[in-house]
Design a protein around this ligand. Structure first.
Ligand SMILES: Cc1cc2nc3c(=O)[nH]c(=O)nc-3n(C[C@H](O)[C@H](O)[C@H](O)COP(=O)(O)OP(=O)(O)OC[C@H]3O[C@@H](n4cnc5c(N)ncnc54)[C@H](O)[C@@H]3O)c2cc1C
Length: 376
């Protein structure tokens, strides 16, 4: 198998690299994500880089998944901020494309690309995280609409979101995977209340969302009423779909920073071995990503292999950060040069929890990639 870019992919990469160099100002790179992110996202959309693989009729570029992988790699290499519509582009949009009605596609897809609509994901609840089938937020059918009551938690971007992909229990007598309904909820509707949660980094990226008697039109249901589990699984597969390419490219630039630090401060033979091991692991996960990309290009649906890249990256990110702090020694407690490693130390804790905890990802890899017997 030839893993190098084809001449056409190489041309796309070169053009994109030049575009990023021309358009990514230091202001955007260093600006607060929410403000700078809107301008940057609009630029990406105008240049045709948002929704690369989406159908042309909904504002996408209809490009192959290999272009999306190249796009993520180049963005991470340039340390460019992502498109502000992380959840709309990566999860809500692909789910609407796969399961939505024509009216839902017409209404939302183009606005997701242009950031006219920012989306959040309302899956987790105080007692339903790893086990999404324990969802208790209810949706009661009443006179041509649903009435939603309940609480979601850890919803990233909910404080700036216009819409939410929401998993609800629509059949009150149902248990586990049955009786769930997936719906698109207007975050500006009466009865929706968002309360930001402050993280260990001091930032407030995620939120609690309270729903009290929120009316949701029946036409906002995605898939079948009671068939929400299958729709939610599409969202989760896309969450980890081509993400691996962005994660590995991000990890590569981080390991390069670690090597520069080791050169500057000096490293013991044991530390040098540890750095080399991280570099070797990175190469292995990079080639595993190509395997996921092959599945995606053949089927159009991300396979469970994406869990491997997410698992590796999240744990490697914590190990690399720990090594950097070790090299800094007592000075690690002093924030200098923007405090990159200090911020990483705090933020990387959440990496092994968000988008599936390490334990859950190991279960997925064991059962669905390796075909081992189910754990329960
Ligand atoms: C930064 C961040 C952003 C997030 N953004 C969102 C978002 O936008 N939308 C959203 O809906 N959610 C979001 N989440 C929530 C995230 O999906 C959940 O935190 C995650 O699924 C784990 O659920 P939990 O916190 O309820 O932990 P629990 O599920 O209670 O797990 C607790 C511990 O038990 C382990 N465990 C649980 N079940 C098993 C099992 N079967 N086998 C082995 N071990 C197990 C877990 O690995 C974990 O260590 C975010 C989380 C973080 C940290």
């Amino acid at each position: 198998m030839d893993l190098r870019d084809t001449p056409e992919e190489a041309a796309f990469r070169a053009e994109l690299r030049t575009w990023i160099e021309t358009n990514l100002s230091d202001e955007i790179r260093r600006g607060r994500f929410e403000e700078a992110g809107r301008d940057w996202s609009r630029k990406l959309h105008e240049a045709g880089y948002a929704g690369l693989t989406w159908p042309k009729e909904y504002g996408g570029a209809g490009a192959p998944y290999s272009h999306q992988a190249i796009f993520l790699e180049e963005m991470a290499r340039a340390e460019a901020p992502p498109h502000l519509g992380v959840i709309g582009l990566g999860m809500a949009g692909p789910t609407i494309i796969a399961h939505g009605t024509d009216a839902q596609k017409q209404k939302h897809l183009e606005k997701i690309l242009s950031t006219e609509e920012i989306w959040c994901q309302g899956f987790s609840e105080p007692d339903a995280g790893s086990d999404l089938s324990a969802v208790r937020t209810t949706a009661r059918s009443e006179n041509g609409h649903f009435v939603v009551d309940g609480q979601k938690v850890w919803s990233s971007f909910a404080h700036i979101a216009d819409w939410c992909i929401l998993v609800t229990r629509s059949d009150p007598g149902s248990e586990r995977h049955a009786g769930l309904t997936y719906m698109l909820v207007d975050m500006h509707a009466p009865g929706v209340e968002v309360r930001p949660l402050r993280q260990i980094t001091g930032e407030a990226e995620f939120n609690e969302i309270f729903f009290t008697g929120v009316e949701v039109p029946t036409e906002n249901v995605v898939g079948e009423v009671g068939g929400g589990w299958q729709v939610a699984m599409t969202t989760l597969l896309h969450e980890r779909g081509t993400l691996g390419f962005a994660l590995t490219a991000g990890l590569e630039s981080q390991i390069r920073k670690l090597i520069a630090l080791a050169r500057k401060r000096g490293a013991t033979p044991v530390q040098r071995d540890a750095i080399a091991r991280e570099w070797i692991g990175l190469q292995a996960v990079r080639y595993t990503n190509y395997r996921s990309l092959t599945t995606l290009m053949k089927t159009g649906i991300p396979g469970p292999e994406g869990s491997g890249a997410k698992l590796w990256w999240s744990e490697a990110n914590q190990r690399v950060t720990k090594l950097a702090l070790e090299l800094l020694g007592p000075e690690a407690q002093i924030v200098e040069d923007g405090g990159y490693w200090q911020h990483q130390q705090l933020r990387s804790r959440g990496n092994t929890i968000e988008a599936g905890t390490s334990e859950i990802l190991r279960n997925i890899i064991a059962e669905r990639v390796l075909g081992l017997p189910r754990s329960r």
